[in-house]
Design a protein around this ligand. Structure first.
Ligand SMILES: [Zn+2]
Length: 331
């Protein structure tokens, strides 16, 4: 089956790849059993869907008792939910969603609304000129998402799941854990007996997950990472991108340290300016050369600023960012 690998007894991993720079390779996991589950729907284009379909067939052929019947995404980002509709229509899979995911994925308007910045955010992080000049880029992105990601929405789903519920498959008992931070509707699956965590985008082995407004939140991300650190018996992390993590606690601590370092970097840049700094200048001093990096990385800087502002460590005066009442050491 080539691209489908059994990475743990009865747990299979499929990697959906796209040309680099266009879209990241994404992992789709199949937990085999008589009521088997696909965790993360991946992309929705024909090639990606057929890859999953071939894996379903070959897994079901391996064991006559195995039936792959349902699919659950980790969160409502396009590389994780786009395959839902096609997997349902091609292979009859039942779509499981949380209420929060269902409300975002019901149609394109609900989806777009979930990404709208507040008026205050728009004012603080961009100028009218920047917003107008970004419009053509937004059209390009929308077209790309539709074509390359095979994005598709769902007017209805089959089963509503809730954090705290347990999904039993072939001897595994996966508890659904709400893990916001990267995306507000992000869920993870944890089997306490085996110590396996499906972490989605929250914990990746070799890269730091993307953060950006309005659906990321740094405080929530720290809380989610701390909660993962506290999972009793955690041994293995299966992420939505990249390879398996065999040193879970070490990797989680590394991510927390990295985010703290970046937070201090943002703080220091503001602290060094006696009269405050605008977002545009802050962004420029973190990424002075690369326009592309600036475009991609803008998100984490905004999310970090909001975290520091919410903790009264920084404050906005109009468009200027200045030091707040609290010390950086309070976080
Ligand atoms: Zn994501």
């Amino acid at each position: 089956m080539g691209t489908c690998e059994e990475i743990y007894p009865g747990i299979f991993k499929i990697v959906q790849s796209k040309p680099r720079r266009i879209a990241p390779p994404v992992n789709v996991y199949i937990i085999a059993g008589d009521d088997g589950l696909i965790f993360d729907a991946g992309y929705g284009d024909d090639t990606s869907i057929h890859l999953v379909g071939d894996a379903i067939n070959s897994i079901q052929n391996r064991n006559k008792n195995w039936r792959i019947l349902r699919v659950l995404p980790s969160h409502s980002h396009p590389d994780h939910f786009s395959g839902l509709k096609q997997l349902k229509s091609h292979y009859g899979l039942k779509v499981m969603l949380t209420e929060q995911m269902a409300s975002v994925l019901s149609n394109k308007h609900a989806y777009r609304n979930s990404y709208k910045l507040s008026t205050l955010q728009k004012y603080r992080y961009s100028t009218v000129f920047e917003r107008i000049s970004e419009l053509p880029l937004q059209v390009v992105f929308r077209t790309m998402y539709k074509k390359v990601y095979g994005i598709a929405f769902l007017q209805s789903h089959d089963t509503t799941v809730r954090p705290g519920e347990t999904i039993a498959i072939n001897g595994y008992n996966f508890t659904i854990i709400h893990g916001p931070g990267h995306c507000n509707d992000h869920i993870m699956l944890y089997d306490n007996k085996e110590g396996i965590l499906f972490a989605g985008d929250n914990i990746l082995r070799s890269i730091y997950t993307w953060l950006g407004p309005p659906r990321s939140n740094l405080q929530e991300y720290f809380d989610t990472l701390e909660a993962c650190l506290c999972l009793p018996n955690l041994k293995l992390i299966l992420s939505a991108h990249g390879s398996t993590i065999h040193n879970p606690k070490e990797r989680i601590k590394e991510i927390i340290e990295y985010r703290k370092l970046r937070t201090r970097q943002v703080y220091s840049l503001v602290a060094n300016e006696t009269h405050g700094i605008t977002f545009a200048r802050l962004l420029n001093s973190i990424y002075p050369r690369s326009l592309e990096r600036r475009w991609l990385a803008k998100g984490w800087i905004i999310v970090t600023l909001e975290y520091l502002v919410n903790n009264n460590i920084l404050t906005f005066e109009g468009r200027k960012i200045k030091l707040g009442a609290n010390d950086i050491n309070t976080v």
